[in-house]
Design a protein around this ligand. Structure first.
Ligand SMILES: [Zn+2]
Length: 186
């Protein structure tokens, strides 16, 4: 149990710090002025967006899956986040910037599935013949494709900025592959 004990001790430190700083959010706020983004990223333990983008509590919603890819479950989750208000009500009525960020990375484990098109077809819920179009071995092409796909989803607010980033696990740096632009022009 020592690993868990260590984590629980870190939690105590976290709770003490957040409580002292007054940054705990005991109920879901009506408006969250600090919320800057929804980030879709990979589940890989090396690429937690909270770490590599320096996120503080309350600054971003994060959805993680294998590859940080746009799959039907991710779209469903984005839709439900809107329903429960975690995303929709944070968009400032008078304008203001909110970012939808697709964050993928080099040396991603999803590349090891390249030889299993049946598994990838199931993951993306597409025919096996279309798996190549998902560019699982090329994070830059993959993130560009996923951003382009998200831009076709009419339910996403037009004024959100959408961008595609690739994190380099060798340098620790994020590269902007698709610069931020509104999802749809007004
Ligand atoms: Zn990955």
């Amino acid at each position: 149990m020592s690993n868990l004990d260590d984590l629980l001790q870190r939690n105590k430190d976290y709770a003490a710090k957040q409580s002292a700083a007054g940054t705990l959010m005991p109920s879901l706020p009506r408006a969250t002025p600090n919320l800057k983004a929804t980030i879709i990223g990979c589940a890989d333990m090396r690429v937690d967006p909270a770490h590599l983008l320096g996120l503080k509590p309350g600054e971003a919603l994060v959805i993680r899956n294998i590859g940080g890819r746009i799959t039907p479950p991710v779209l469903e989750e984005l839709g439900l986040l809107g329903r429960i208000g975690e995303v929709a009500r944070v968009v400032p009525a008078g304008g203001g910037e909110f970012h939808l960020i697709v964050l993928q990375h080099t040396d991603c484990g999803i590349t090891r599935l390249a030889g299993d098109p049946d598994k990838l077809a199931h993951y993306f819920q597409i025919p096996e013949g279309e798996v190549k179009s998902k560019s699982v071995t090329d994070p830059r092409a993959a993130v560009a494709g996923d951003v382009a796909f998200l831009k076709t989803i009419p339910a996403l607010p037009a004024q959100w900025f959408i961008s595609g980033l690739v994190y380099d696990v060798a340098t620790g740096l994020v590269e902007v592959v698709v610069p931020p632009a509104p999802i749809r022009s007004a």
